[in-house]
Design a protein around this ligand. Structure first.
Ligand code: HEM
Length: 429
């Protein structure tokens, strides 16, 4: 159990090797039935999905995302909200987002290459706040951030609570200066900004004409969204979507980008090959990047070996059974995406980073970095776009060298390199 506290994914992997695809593990609120493998993935995301709910399983996200976030909603509310939110993430709508990605990540890498003249820089700790600002700008619009530059700081302070080990998050002590008190204060400040912005946009533009302009962003689309009966999202629902989308998106996406850089720096031949592919582009734009086959394989392989969301959580709403294990009603269930991605039955030499394995499709349900079924990640297109843009910018304009030794440890509720990624970064390709 102590080892699990340090690294739950490694502990689950060890138990999986011993007990197979279904086993119970943990105590109190951390007692889960863990499921591993393609059949388990099919069971959780499709076959038994109507009897597995997310709301109570992800209740630790409610202090940030509220009660109406997609990830903590269940049917029928989930479907209604998802139908209203999903169109905002349509590929065509997101193309403008990549101008923001290029501008913000480009500026960060220039700054880091200057700082790196004096020694190594930590790519992970630098990329996180930048991706947070990028996703905030894409979701909330440039004008909102300009008027409220402190907003990203509030979100980062809220996320500090969500990043505590799960056992610590149970202690919601309101003493001044405690992690919980800091979260509550940051949430109040973020809410003030968001409700003011929602109000402003509702007053400024008549319903249905909210898109576009400086105030654009996904939030405008959410405010304008209507179902067949002409009903839209309430102010509280828009607020919850805004905060939960930002928090779901920025840590996972920054971790994935940094894992890709880590893997490439450990395989200079792959890095050189990818650089050559990127250099063949006349200019970086989303459509062209999306068509680069080697970049696609590198990103897929990164998300396989280092899935930033390493588990999908559920609670059973009736008695179930999987692989001979009884799962009683009310039981917490965790599908280990991490261990599923590392099974040798699906991936020969599963611990090697090998983009070439993606020349062939893996077995059904063996790959689910973005989940599957009705709860498939709504931001997968945005996330892969950011990762691809980030990699392409780095490889086109900079030389990177590792400044760490050995193998980096994996850590966190969002899988990231423990201690970050120290690198040297110089301008020039
Ligand atoms: C590399 C980056 C990302 C990874 C690895 C990732 C992973 C996942 C996974 C595994 C799920 C399913 C959870 C489950 O079934 O329990 C999920 C759901 C979700 N993700 Fe992502 N995600 C990423 C980026 C994003 C971004 C950028 C956004 C939005 C801006 C986002 C928003 C969501 C939402 C709203 C859901 C819940 C969908 C629903 O329940 O209908 N994610 N994500």
């Amino acid at each position: 159990m102590r080892a699990a506290g340090r690294d739950i994914n490694a502990a689950v992997w060890g138990l999986h090797e011993r007990y197979g695809s279904a086993f119970a593990f943990g105590v109190g609120p951390l007692h889960f039935v863990w499921l591993v493998g393609p059949e388990a993935a099919h069971f959780v995301t499709q076959e038994a999905a109507p009897h597995l709910v997310l709301g109570p399983a992800y209740r630790f996200l409610r202090p940030i995302g509220g009660d109406a976030a997609l990830i903590t909603s269940d049917e029928p509310e989930h479907l209604r909200r998802r139908r209203l939110v999903q169109p905002a993430f349509h590929k065509g709508r997101l193309e403008g987002a990549f101008e923001v990605v290029e501008r913000r990540l480009g500026a960060l890498f220039t700054e880091l290459s200057r700082a790196s003249a004096g020694g190594a820089v930590n790519l992970y700790t630098a990329v996180r706040p930048c991706v947070l600002e990028t996703i905030c700008e894409v979701l909330l619009g440039a004008a909102t951030l300009k008027r409220n530059p402190e907003l990203t700081g509030y979100v980062a302070r809220m996320m500090a609570f969500a990043n505590l080990p799960f056992a610590f998050q149970e202690f919601k002590v309101p003493f001044p200066g405690s992690p919980w008190a800091r979260l509550v204060q940051a949430r109040r400040q973020a809410d003030e900004v968001l409700y003011r912005e929602i109000q402003r946009r509702r007053e400024d533009a008549p319903k249905g004409q909210l898109q576009g302009g400086e105030d654009g962003g996904v939030m405008s689309l959410l405010l304008a969204a209507e179902d067949e009966a002409g009903a839209g999202l309430s102010d509280a629902e828009v607020r919850d979507q805004a905060l939960s989308l930002v928090s779901a998106g920025f840590e996972t996406t920054s971790a994935a980008l940094v894992w890709a850089v880590y893997a490439l720096l450990r395989h200079p031949d792959m890095l050189a090959r990818l650089r050559e592919e990127v250099m063949g582009l006349e200019r970086l734009e989303y459509g062209a990047l999306a068509r680069l086959p080697y970049l696609e394989r590198v990103v897929k392989e990164t998300l396989r070996l280092y899935p930033p969301a390493p588990a999908a959580l559920r609670v059973a709403t009736r008695d179930l059974e999987f692989a001979g294990l009884h799962i009683p009603k009310g039981q917490r269930v965790a599908l280990s995406i991490y261990a599923t991605h590392r099974q040798s039955a699906s991936y020969p030499e599963p611990l090697s980073f090998d983009p070439e394995r993606w020349l062939h499709a893996p077995p059904p349900n063996a790959y689910l970095p973005f989940g599957n079924g009705a709860r498939y990640c709504i931001g997968s297109g945005l996330a892969t776009g950011v990762i691809k843009f980030g990699l392409a910018l780095l490889l086109r304009d900079y030389r990177l060298t590792p400044a760490w030794e050995g193998t980096l440890q994996e850590a966190g509720n969002t899988l990231h390199p423990k201690g970050g990624l120290p690198v040297r970064i110089e301008r020039g390709s």
